[in-house]
Design a binder for this molecule. Structure first.
Ligand code: ARG
Length: 267
């Protein structure tokens, strides 16, 4: 299924009602501290034996939907981490990006937020982050026939970005007299660029590179060296979970499986 169709499904709310690849859980013990094998872990989980994940599944190649199945680098990575922790993984239905950090902070609905979250000072006030699992830069994409070849030509223009992202913030702060247009969902940003509703898109470079494969009349004109680091968001109330995830992250780096995922999704 192509990206545009996923967008249509999301818009129709079809996906919200579908079970995810790993199955939707219901009920379970609040505040469990045991893994599937019954070991005392020191951390709490929404559902016993399961790591519940909130994600905005619109960000290939990191987290995306293939039909109703979450897929991507971060989805595979979470699968590996869950395996290390002897837990099942449970992706919630795709969640609006700018609601995920507050959801993790409030607790009760998800154990972690995994949505290519760049570690920022503002977010660090709300949640804890694990060690980083990816480094990226920002980018600018335009329609190939727009004649725009440099950021300086974007002055006073309409820039689209996903609401609440570092791309939105970068463009708002760095492009003179910019008119920012915020979207809930990444697919909608590229659709708006294609249709001429906006003049450019600001988004993490690997994601722009992925989208232009299907939006072939658009091109990435600029890499912006913002040096962003992705990490998993965890509640400040659950520091042992952050520690356990860091340990698992180190284990999958050491056993070579992390590198396999990089080769599969990011090269
Ligand atoms: N890295 C950017 C940020 O942290 C964008 C992340 C958007 N993620 C997504 N799954 N749509 O703000």
């Amino acid at each position: 299924m192509n990206i545009k169709k996923w967008g249509a499904l999301i818009a129709a709310g079809v996906l919200a009602a579908s079970p995810t690849l790993f199955g939707c859980s219901s009920g379970g013990d609040q505040g469990s501290t045991t893994s599937a094998s019954g070991t005392d872990t020191g951390y709490t989980l929404i559902n016993d034996g399961k790591l519940t994940v909130a994600a905005s599944l619109d960000f290939p190649p990191f987290e995306n939907l293939n039909g109703d199945k979450p897929e991507g680098f971060a989805v595979d990575l979470m699968g590996l981490l869950a395996e290390e922790l002897d837990l099942e993984i449970n992706y919630l239905p795709s969640t609006k990006f700018d609601t995920i950090v507050p959801l993790v902070q409030t607790g009760g609905k998800t154990d972690v937020g995994v949505s290519s979250f760049t570690i920022t000072d503002k977010r660090l006030q709300q949640v804890d982050f694990t060690d980083t699992y990816c480094n990226v830069n920002q980018s600018i994409t335009v329609r190939s026939d727009s004649g725009i070849t440099d950021v300086s030509q974007l002055e006073g223009k309409k820039i689209g970005a996903q609401t609440g992202t570092t791309g939105y913030e970068w463009a708002a702060e760095n492009i003179k007299d910019v008119e920012m247009v915020g979207f809930d969902e990444m697919t909608a940003v590229f659709a708006a660029l294609q249709s001429g509703q906006i003049d450019a898109v600001a988004v993490d470079l690997p994601v722009a590179n992925y989208y232009v494969k299907s939006y072939t009349d658009c091109q990435v004109i600029k890499e912006i060296p913002t040096g962003e680091q992705y990490a998993i968001a965890v509640s400040k109330e659950n520091p042992e979970l952050t520690k356990a995830l860091n340990k698992a992250l180190q284990a999958v780096r050491d056993n070579g499986k992390y590198d396999e995922l990089v080769a599969k999704w990011l090269e």
